[in-house]
Write a protein that binds this ligand. Structure first.
Ligand SMILES: Cc1cc2nc3c(=O)[nH]c(=O)nc-3n(C[C@H](O)[C@H](O)[C@H](O)COP(=O)(O)OP(=O)(O)OC[C@H]3O[C@@H](n4cnc5c(N)ncnc54)[C@H](O)[C@@H]3O)c2cc1C
Length: 524
């Protein structure tokens, strides 16, 4: 089956939804999500969304904090643009019905998180992402020009490659016509053609054994663009959240927001020592990469599986009011956050790199835009400042719509797009291979390409991943297309890119830490 729209939006998180709502003012929109609409990384965001709201905060301070966190690998022009455009985009979120917490004075209650020099995090209790997802999905569901297809999985982008045309004279010759999309209920692959395609497919936390990301985060967007020969960058910068609740077997790992450290929570090792001051003068409020490495080191040095977050010295009543969900979650595990220490462990959390885009969200493939976690805009550099990702997604969605609406007008749909070709394939008999390979990929990435890397570890990871890659490609060629085999393939592509880019960077910078190239400041 073939369907045609002005805009195809792949992903129903904050990036996809805010783009879709604005694109619908210019034409027909089809939004697909591979799960239920609300199962997104966005829904799990706790801390909040960063924007300059009141003095003494200023654009200059937000810019400076972002550049420092990003280890000065950020694109300064991009940082300035996002910071300046953030307040207007926050207003739009509020107009769409998002509620942020206020103080009794009527002013917004701004939180402060690690790496921020001011209180600037707008939040809704400790479940800001759920509130944004709720408000925007109400708007999307009732919009007459947006057709929502849940449980529809984008298998591949359609480019000239699928038309049998030779491309690659110049990178900019490649053009996107839409996507092949698998309806997960009927198991049929449809051609969805579009004048403009937006990738808002989120991150890839499931590349690792422990992650705060839901199961949808398998790097599909990056892998599709990589296969379509677009540009991918900065994949070595994987952010590990320093504090997820230690609860072996739980997936996704439950995040203990760093707002808790901002609120006065203190990290202790299992010996009861406040260890953070050994590593950074900012103590428990140091940026995420510093805290994650410090915890990783404490765990390795003492052979422990977790450290503790101590909130027992804080006012119990206020703590529960401020962090009701975390309090409940801990309670369900027998931990009273006013009396007990919370066991925490780092978990893969956010992909700073991704599909390279310009300041209008355009990828290097014509008519293909990318926003949100799948993209690499230059905002985060070598490390993302806390709460800068939701804001990045909505600022870029706004810019991408404005750009696409100007240029998509005169575009004719491509014709003669072939059907999805799965001739000669059958149902995979070896489902166990997919499950086993997936487990191994996660183990390899966690063991050798985690918080601390070395050249030898990266070489080991390459050799081991290579074997699984070849097995999986064989299986893929023989099998009917399915979500599980596609996700495994995508994770292998993304894992390969992380390792390749980590190997190519001959320095430790931001989130990328290689023992063979210590930071100058780490050398005695
Ligand atoms: C636990 C947690 C806490 C966080 N806290 C914060 C915070 O406080 N502040 C902050 O700024 N950021 C936070 N983040 C990061 C932030 O939530 C994400 O970066 C952001 O929500 C990403 O939005 P997105 O629109 O790019 O993607 P997502 O919200 O992840 O949405 C991705 C969408 O793409 C769809 N999709 C993916 N692949 C396919 C495919 N092949 N076919 C069809 N559909 C597909 C999915 O179904 C989903 O609908 C947090 C993240 C996590 C996990």
């Amino acid at each position: 089956m073939e369907k045609k729209y002005d805009f195809l939006v792949i992903g129903s998180g904050v990036g996809g939804m805010s783009f879709a709502l604005k694109a619908a003012e210019h034409g027909t929109v089809c939004m697909i999500s591979k799960a239920e609409m609300d199962e997104t990384n966005t829904r799990y965001a706790q801390g909040g969304i960063a924007a300059v709201t009141y003095e003494p905060d200023s654009y200059e301070k937000h810019v400076e904090d972002t550049l420092v966190a990003g280890d000065h690998l950020c694109n300064e022009e991009v940082v300035k643009m996002v910071v300046r455009e953030a307040p207007e985009q926050i207003s739009e979120l509020i107009q769409w019905g998002t509620k942020f917490d206020k103080q009794s004075s009527g002013k917004y209650d701004l939180a402060r998180e690690g790496g921020h020099s001011e209180h600037r995090i707008l939040h809704h209790k400790d479940n800001t992402g759920q509130e944004i997802q709720r408000a925007l999905s109400v708007q999307v569901r009732q919009h007459p020009k947006i057709e929502l297809l849940e449980n529809h999985f984008a298998v591949d982008l359609i480019t000239q490659h699928h038309l049998g045309k030779l491309v690659k004279r110049h990178l900019t010759d490649i053009e996107c016509y839409g996507a092949y999309v698998l309806d997960l209920e009927t198991e049929q692959v449809h051609r969805i053609l579009s004048k403009t395609t937006l990738l808002a497919s989120g991150g890839a936390g499931n590349l690792y054994s422990t992650t705060t990301n839901p199961t949808i985060a398998t790097g599909d967007g990056v892998a599709m663009v990589y296969r379509a020969k677009g540009i991918i960058e900065n994949m070595e910068f994987v952010q590990f959240h320093p504090t997820s609740l230690y609860n072996p077997g739980e997936s996704p790992s439950y995040l203990i927001t760093e707002a808790m450290r901002g609120y006065g929570g203190i990290l202790r090792n299992q010996l009861g020592e406040k260890f953070m001051n050994k590593y950074d003068k900012r103590g428990s409020l140091a940026p995420r990469d510093v805290v994650a490495r410090a915890i990783d080191n404490e765990m390795k040095v003492h052979g422990h599986e977790f450290v503790y977050l101590d909130t027992t010295h804080l006012s119990g009543k206020e703590l529960k009011e401020h962090f009701p969900n975390i309090s409940e979650k801990c309670k369900s595990r027998g931990i009273d956050i006013t009396k007990d220490l919370i066991p925490v462990v780092p978990a893969a959390h956010y992909m700073c790199g991704g599909v390279k885009v310009d300041m209008d969200g355009q990828t290097w493939i014509k008519r293909l835009y990318a926003v949100g976690e799948v993209s690499s805009t230059g905002l985060h550099g070598a490390n993302r400042l806390a709460s800068n990702s939701l804001i990045e997604a909505i600022v870029y969605a706004d810019r991408a719509v404005k750009h696409a609406a100007l240029y998509a007008k005169d575009y004719e749909f491509a014709d003669h797009i072939p059907d999805w070709d799965d001739s000669g394939t059958t149902h995979p008999e070896e489902m166990v291979l997919i499950t086993q390979n997936l487990k191994e990929v996660k183990q390899i990435m966690s063991n050798y390409v985690g918080i601390v890397r070395s050249d030898l570890r990266l070489e080991r990871a390459t050799a081991r991943l290579e074997i699984i890659y070849r097995e999986t490609e064989e299986l893929y060629k023989k099998s009917n297309v399915s979500q599980r085999i596609c996700e495994l393939r995508n994770l292998l592509n993304v894992g390969y890119l992380v390792i390749k880019m980590a190997h190519a960077r001959k320095e430790s910078l931001g989130l990328h830490y290689n023992l063979d190239y210590p930071r100058r400041s780490d050398q005695v």
